[in-house]
Structures are given as C-alpha cells and as structure tokens.
Write a protein that binds this ligand. Structure first.
Ligand SMILES: NC(=O)NCCC[C@H](N)C(=O)O
Length: 258
C-alpha cells in the first residue's frame, strides 16, 4: 500500500528576505505566512497525509520551500544541490529527515546543481527543467540516479520562470497542465492542457481526483472542476510574493518501504 507521508518545514522569522528572481519584490507578512502555512499543512492532513516537520532552519529565509531540497523516486531520496548558494545548507536537515524515514539516500554533487522545483514526475517519466537553478551536470546526475531504477528522464529548457514546476505540473491522469506564456517548449509534453493562470499551473495531487491549488487561480479551478476534479484551495499569497507555490511547500513520500 502506498505511504501517504509529506515533509513540510515551518517558515522562519527571516522569510521576507527570501530570494526573488522573476518578479518584483513585495514585502511578505511573516505572521500571515505562518497562518497560511498552518492552513496548508492542515489541508494535507484533512486529506489523509501524515505530515512530518523537518527541523526548522531559521537562518535560511527560503527553507519553507522544502521541495527544492530533495527529489523522491521510488524509495530513493535524491538530496539536491540547490542552484542558489544561500539555500544549500537547507539540505542538511532534510537529509536527516528522509534517512530517519528509511529512504535510500543519494546526492547531487558539485558541479551539479538541481532544485526539486525543476523536477516533474508523471508516472515513470521524470521531466527536469534545465534553467536558472538546475544545470546540465545536475540533469546528468539525476539521470544517473533514477534511470537505473526505471525512470525515463526528459530535459526541458526553462527560461521564463524560476522552475519547471512554476509553469507546469500534472493531473492524476497524467495530463500535464501549464501556462503557455511561461513555458519554453510546451510541445515536449504529450497530453498537454493549457490553463489560463500562471498560478493555476500548480497542483498537488492529494489522492483520487482531489487537487490542492492556490486560491489565486479561480479560472483554472473552475476549468479543472468542470473536468471532474475535486479542487481544494488554500491562500498562499505570502509565499507567492517569494515565487513560491503550492507544490514547493511539501514533498510527498508515496513509496516508502518502512
Ligand atoms: N519549488 C519552488 O517553486 N520553490 C520556490 C522557491 C522560492 C524561493 N524564493 C527561491 O527563489 O528559491
């Protein structure tokens, strides 16, 4: 039976100093962000996920975006080497957490860089965005880690957004959804559905046809509801000010053997 555990990491007091690359900086309200994070975690729990808090990393403003620090494939946790140097220390606590959960651990090494936000899994196809945070060596190391386990790794150029998953994720049936103006090569995805809002391109699969989405994408929520999905929304405005989205606030562990 698949496990339903999700790693999350509480935002720290320096959250508002988080990196912004493709958008104008707007001051995030840390108190409100904590409330929004708690509601996000509660939404995961309500839909059957056991949440595991990685020890906070209060000196790292971006540590709440835990997805960037580890990529899961089967029982293997690939600890990343984030493209932004200021984020590299975040991996230490995450490595401890996944090791405690019984994952096999592997690593991206220098000169490779890779952010988890650049990795989109659709069944055994693993799309990896090669862009501002993930370099060619990171892509090669991801291939070397996951292809022997049965993955097919497809590299996708990313230049218009922070990460591949800033502009594309996948529905439970494997359809990739994305916001065309932010994608370099939408034609690389077979079975592609375009969505009207950039923040509508981010969905977290909660199980069955349930999707967790940001409140900021009402038109996409309507489109997906009309296609028979059950949409659960959360307000993550303070994380969106830092180029975060629903996907980057957790890492789901679905194939643990413990
Ligand atoms: N996977 C993600 O979408 N991560 C968002 C990271 C945002 C953070 N401010 C950063 O620039 O690294």
């Amino acid at each position: 039976m698949p496990s339903k555990k999700a790693l999350v990491r509480r935002p720290g007091p320096r959250l508002a100093e988080g990196l912004v690359t493709h958008i104008e900086r707007e001051k995030a309200d840390v108190g409100l962000a904590v409330e929004q994070w708690e509601a996000y975690v509660e939404a995961l729990r309500t839909h059957g996920w056991e949440t595991i808090e990685v020890d906070p990393e209060d000196d790292c403003p971006d540590s709440v975006f835990v997805e960037d620090t580890v990529v899961m494939y089967k029982n293997v946790a690939l600890i990343t080497r984030p493209g932004a140097e200021s984020r590299r220390i975040e991996t230490v606590g995450v490595e401890e957490a996944v090791a405690r959960l019984g994952c096999s651990v592997n690593w991206i090494w220098e000169p490779g860089t890779l952010d988890g936000g650049d990795v989109l899994k659709v069944g055994d196809t693993v799309y990896v965005g090669r862009g501002g945070r993930t370099n060619a060596a990171g892509v090669q190391q991801l291939r070397a880690a996951f292809e022997p386990l049965g993955a097919r790794v497809v590299a996708v150029p990313v230049s218009r957004v922070l990460h591949l998953k800033s502009a594309a994720t996948a529905l439970p049936d494997g359809t990739v959804i994305g916001h065309i103006p932010k994608l370099d090569r939408p034609s690389l995805f077979p079975g592609f559905l375009s969505v009207p809002e950039e923040s509508g391109s981010h969905v977290v699969l909660l199980g069955g046809h349930k999707l967790l989405m940001a409140q900021s994408a009402p038109k996409t929520a309507e489109l997906l509801t009309d296609l028979g999905h059950e949409v659960v929304t959360v307000d993550i405005s303070e994380f969106e000010k830092l180029e975060g989205c629903v996907t980057c606030l957790s890492v789901r562990l679905r194939e643990l053997y413990s």
